[in-house]
Design a protein around this ligand. Structure first.
Ligand SMILES: Cc1cc2nc3c(=O)[nH]c(=O)nc-3n(C[C@H](O)[C@H](O)[C@H](O)COP(=O)(O)OP(=O)(O)OC[C@H]3O[C@@H](n4cnc5c(N)ncnc54)[C@H](O)[C@@H]3O)c2cc1C
Length: 424
């Protein structure tokens, strides 16, 4: 039988209208075979979306084409996007050399630099959901599903709820694995004029890269879209003051030849993985499930993985497997998210061209914490031993062909490029 689980997924809610919620609603509409499906997309229009995810991985290119049924060219134009072939690191590591982390195959595979607001708009067109503008007070597990409690409306019961309400207000060690080994916690965002543009309705095909430029207080991302260029200074508010960061940001833009910019926001963020991403009835996705700073643009690709795993399991597996499947899916997702965290944290392990307070903290204090924070007994998953295996492969003189396809969140080729580039 095709999609044996779909009979038990008649009513689905997606809570949140940011990137994660918009992807989930469009994915449910696309993957669910039943035209009788009731899909509620619920969000509180008084709570803004974060809206700054502008870098992605190649899997998004395919996925957006499938979800929207538009051509790649049209999708790119609608996103005001450019083709991202990797991340260009400037000033990172101990070698004193700039280098690029390419997607694989190099110079062939690309993701998008995209406008997050336009991507959400595009996805809403293909979701066909009923929209409910209301605040959710609570989501409770009930027999065979979940009940959503609204402010000022009667509660409703759903067979599956995607909870995409964004960052948790607080972290609790019983619920969250803290990624204390990532040394940053705040981003200052500025918007500058575009440097690449669509010509006569044709998408830009030149290869672009997210620049990740090491600076004394952290690092700056530069993301080229065809409507603007986004700059973000990622730093630690416990180590550097806003004034110090602002002054260095000004100096960087001036050296980059950028005369005009618009202040957008200062965004504090947590680095964490939720221990319970999926329980069989409620799936936390996006920033509600996990977050780590944007150095490798891991948030959208994580949301894709969370949504895809949950939907595929619920649709393709018969309902009697649900109680056994849910913990397996949860363990896989927690391990994948923590592995992304280890990969990103490792980028700081060799320092940078700056011997500043921030970089000493990042290299000598924060990163060494990873062994404790990701210890399998504390994290409840084996992300750390799997990450250690990848690092030990990097230290071998020859990597056996049998290992070439190994992954720990990202492919071996990503570890190899970063290891070479950073000098560790
Ligand atoms: C500085 C920075 C740079 C980033 N860059 C990238 C990048 O390059 N690439 C990348 O992949 N990711 C990036 N991210 C991550 C980015 O935040 C996420 O990709 C993306 O925005 C996911 O957000 P979200 O949809 O989970 O939550 P949000 O955008 O926060 O949306 C939350 C939604 O939930 C709703 N909501 C909240 N509470 C309630 C409630 N009680 N009731 C009803 N509705 C509610 C809100 O109305 C909103 O619609 C970056 C993040 C930061 C901080």
């Amino acid at each position: 039988m095709i999609n044996p689980g779909s009979r038990f997924l008649k009513k689905i809610a997606v809570v949140g209208r940011g990137t994660a919620g918009s992807l989930a609603a469009a994915s449910v509409a696309r993957m669910h075979p039943d035209s009788e499906l009731e899909l509620h997309h619920i969000y509180d229009s008084r709570i803004p979306v974060i809206g700054v995810g502008e870098g992605s991985w190649p899997s998004l290119v395919q996925e957006l084409q499938q979800l929207t049924r538009l051509s790649h060219q049209d999708v790119q134009l609608r996103l005001k996007g450019t083709r991202k072939y990797g991340v260009a690191f400037e000033g990172w590591g101990r070698r004193g050399r700039d280098f690029t982390h390419f997607f694989t195959p190099q110079q062939v595979s690309y993701g998008y630099h995209l406008s997050a607001d336009l991507m959400a708009e595009l996805l809403h067109e293909s979701a066909g959901a009923s929209h409910i503008d209301a605040k959710i007070c609570k989501i409770n597990r009930v027999e065979g599903g979940a009940e959503v409690e609204f402010e000022g409306r009667a509660p409703e019961r759903y067979d599956l709820v995607f909870d995409a309400r964004g960052f948790p207000r607080e972290l609790h060690s019983s619920q969250h694995i803290g990624i204390s080994f990532i040394p940053t916690n705040t981003a200052m965002i500025r918007r500058c004029p575009a440097t690449v543009r669509d010509i006569k309705g044709e998408p830009v095909i030149e290869h672009t890269y997210t620049r990740a430029v090491a600076r004394p207080h952290g690092w700056i991302f530069v993301i080229p879209l065809t409507i603007h260029t986004s700059y973000g200074y990622v730093f630690n508010q416990g180590i550097s003051s806003l004034d110090e960061v602002e002054a260095d940001f000004d100096a960087f833009l001036e050296a980059d030849g950028v005369a005009d910019f618009e202040h957008r926001a200062v965004i504090p963020f947590p680095n964490f993985v939720h221990r319970q991403i999926y329980d069989g009835a409620v799936a936390r996705i996006g920033n509600a499930a996990a977050f780590m700073e944007p150095l490798e643009a891991t948030a959208i690709v994580s949301a894709q993985l969370q949504i895809g795993m949950v939907l595929n399991m619920r649709l393709n597996r018969s309902i009697e497997h649900l109680e056994r499947d849910a913990p397996v899916v949860n363990r896989f997702l927690v391990r994948s998210m923590l592995s992304y965290g280890l990969f990103v944290g490792w980028h700081y392990s060799c320092g940078s061209r700056f011997e500043s307070g921030f970089w000493r903290y990042a290299r000598d204090q924060a990163w060494p914490e990873h062994r404790k924070a990701a210890d399998p007994d504390i994290a409840g998953c084996d992300a750390l031993p799997r990450f250690d295996e990848m690092i030990s492969l990097m230290n071998q003189p020859i990597i056996d062909k049998a290992d070439w396809n190994r992954m720990c969140a990202v492919p071996l080729t990503s570890y190899a490029q970063m290891s070479q580039g950073l000098g560790c």
